[in-house]
Design a protein around this ligand. Structure first.
Ligand SMILES: Nc1ncnc2c1ncn2[C@@H]1O[C@H](COP(=O)(O)OP(=O)(O)O)[C@@H](O)[C@H]1O
Ligand SMILES: [Mg+2]
Length: 302
């Protein structure tokens, strides 16, 4: 497996405190890697380390396509949006981006700015002063900046914060398109899990600077099947009985999770006939949100 980003024992401390600790992270080529974790869990710090904007602790290793982060070839093919787009408020969007395109050494800066703005449907804002753009527009401009120069690797820190539904859809479609058509690998952090789950192929879950889990989106989806939650007078007996009728039965703090048999009436009847009374029964669905909470709360699924 070739990784666009691979870290080994990656750590970073601020004032002696670990912001990121001993991360072994693997972002395969072609992945859309959703980076999730609560505020302060180390997402931005990790992304800055990967971009070479921060220097890690000694002993840390970061490889981008097998090369070190300061490799000029790799750096040239990396598009980054971390925190904010870093624009001059009194210059227009076009002027700001044109300057950045020049800094990137692009040979056709004007066209590249047009193309990138077009990709996030922001062509109409080209002549507006950056300072007069809404938060949502600034976010889209930030994504456009990251797209300039046809990067092979995109690193986007919370790019969909502050976007309305339409803005989110545009960014989502753009990211999916560059990923599918141009094979761009994307590392994207977000706490908007519902939106992230529409595009991510992989997830990295951070808690207090530690990578709790790396998981395929398909595995999360597999787990995201519907299940029936049932609470009974005798969960042990219910477990034995239901195990034979369902694909899988798992104890849960609220009772038992029954997978593969979502007819709750049939479950209730079977339990009743066996002399087990049901105090609660409901159909539920595990999404990324619940998966994530499980992963960070007790590491049961590690
Ligand atoms: N430049 C900095 N100086 C001191 N502490 C920092 C700095 N940047 C981040 N931190 C601390 O590192 C931890 C991780 O922060 P961050 O990576 O921004 O988390 P996230 O992006 O997941 O919200 C936090 O405790 C934060 O306060
Ligand atoms: Mg952050």
């Amino acid at each position: 497996m070739r990784y666009a980003i691979e870290t080994h024992d990656l750590s970073k401390r601020f004032h002696g405190m670990y912001a990121v600790r001993h991360l072994d992270m693997h972002v395969p080529e072609g992945a859309i890697y959703g980076f999730i974790g609560e505020n302060g869990s180390g997402k931005s710090t990790t992304e800055k380390l990967v971009c070479g904007l921060l220097v890690p602790e000694r002993g840390s290793e970061i490889r981008l396509y097998g090369r070190p982060v300061d490799d000029a070839q790799v750096r040239a093919r990396m598009g980054v949006l971390i925190e904010n787009p870093g624009c001059f408020p009194d210059s227009t969007v076009f002027q700001n981006m044109f300057m950045q395109a020049m800094n990137l050494g692009l040979c056709n800066p004007g066209e590249e700015v047009e193309r990138a703005l077009g990709a996030v449907r922001m062509t109409g804002a080209a002549n507006r002063k950056f300072g007069q753009c809404s938060l949502g527009m600034k976010q889209r401009i930030g994504v456009a900046q990251a797209l300039m120069g046809h990067p092979r690797l995109l690193i986007l820190d919370e790019p969909i914060n502050g976007l309305d539904a339409d803005g989110m859809r545009i960014v989502r479609e753009t990211l999916l398109r560059v990923n599918r058509e141009e094979g761009v690998t994307i590392l994207i952090s977000s706490h908007i899990l519902g939106e992230l789950s529409k595009i991510a192929t992989h997830y990295g879950i951070l808690r207090e600077g530690t990578l709790v889990q790396e998981v395929l989106a398909n595995q999360v989806r597999e787990r995201s099947k519907e299940y029936v939650l049932v609470r009974t007078s005798d969960d042990r007996a219910a477990y034995r009985l239901l195990r034979e009728r369902a694909d899988r039965v798992e104890p849960d703090e609220d009772g038992l999770r029954v997978y593969g048999q979502t007819d709750s009436a049939a479950i209730a009847t079977a339990l009743f006939q066996a002399g087990i009374s049901v105090s609660h029964i409901e159909l539920r669905r595990v999404g990324l949100e619940e998966y994530y909470i499980d992963a960070v709360s007790d590491g049961r699924r590690q």
